[in-house]
Design a protein around this ligand. Structure first.
Ligand SMILES: O=C(NCCO)c1cc(-c2ccc(F)cc2)cc(O)c1O
Ligand SMILES: [Mg+2]
Length: 214
């Protein structure tokens, strides 16, 4: 059977992690991707920074752009109180299929809605179709050339309120220079850079936190 890397990651999790234990799912994805095949999960170094920003924000309504295999969805949702809503958008159906199974295995599927499609189509639907008022926290980790336009779209759709946290992965590698310039200079955000490392590598990367001024 000609499997994909994402299916191999899923198989490794199903075989080695503990059903209903999000930390074991995270640890096993990191183990597979550091020892066998590199893959673009946010990883543990940047993941600890992500954990801290999520804990600090204590969000109730969260949006993630770019689900991939569900690693950061599990990472974020394992920290959330019951009753919160987590929406994650994935364009690639094969990735979305793997992510749903990994999120289910971790026992978090009740908190998570995996929305398949393009962010440009789905973000304008969040208020009416998904009954979202405003977003407390947005994790941006999809196509790097979409970071800036989608942040502007979130503003246009009135999905951000004073204090909404936009946290972006990969602002060094692969990089999102137009996004960084925008959030740092448009006057609508208070920005903080968190230097770290590219997942499973020694290369420098960073997260950028942009808090909407309202
Ligand atoms: O494209 C990415 N995400 C969107 C997928 O739909 C992505 C890429 C990379 C990466 C790739 C190739 C390399 F050489 C270095 C970095 C890393 C990441 O964390 C990412 O999120
Ligand atoms: Mg990333």
């Amino acid at each position: 059977l000609c499997q994909t890397k994402e299916q191999r990651i899923l198989d490794f999790v199903l075989k080695n992690a503990v059903r209903g234990d999000p930390q074991s799912v995270i640890d096993n994805i990191d183990k597979y991707c550091s020892q066998r095949e590199w893959s673009m999960n946010v990883g543990n170094e940047k993941g600890i920074i992500l954990d801290n920003v999520v804990k600090e924000s204590n969000p109730s309504t969260i949006l993630e752009l770019g689900t991939y295999c569900g690693y950061s969805a599990v990472r974020i949702c394992r920290l959330l109180k019951p009753g919160v809503r987590f929406f994650t958008v994935e364009f690639n159906p094969a990735y979305a299929a793997v992510a749903k199974q990994i999120i289910e295995f971790a026992g978090l599927i009740d908190k998570v809605q995996v929305l398949e499609g393009s962010t440009g189509d789905i973000i304008p639907q969040l208020k009416k179709k998904y009954e979202v008022d405003t977003l407390d926290f947005v994790f941006v980790d999809h196509w790097k050339d979409k970071y800036k336009p989608d942040t502007q779209l979130l503003e246009k759709c009135n999905l951000l309120r004073k204090g909404s946290v936009v946290l972006a992965d990969n602002v060094i590698v692969p990089g999102a220079p137009d996004f960084l310039e925008y959030v740092r200079n448009c006057g609508k955000y208070d920005c903080t850079n968190f230097p770290s490392f590219l997942e499973y590598m020694d290369e420098k990367d960073a997260l950028e936190k942009a808090v909407f001024r309202g």
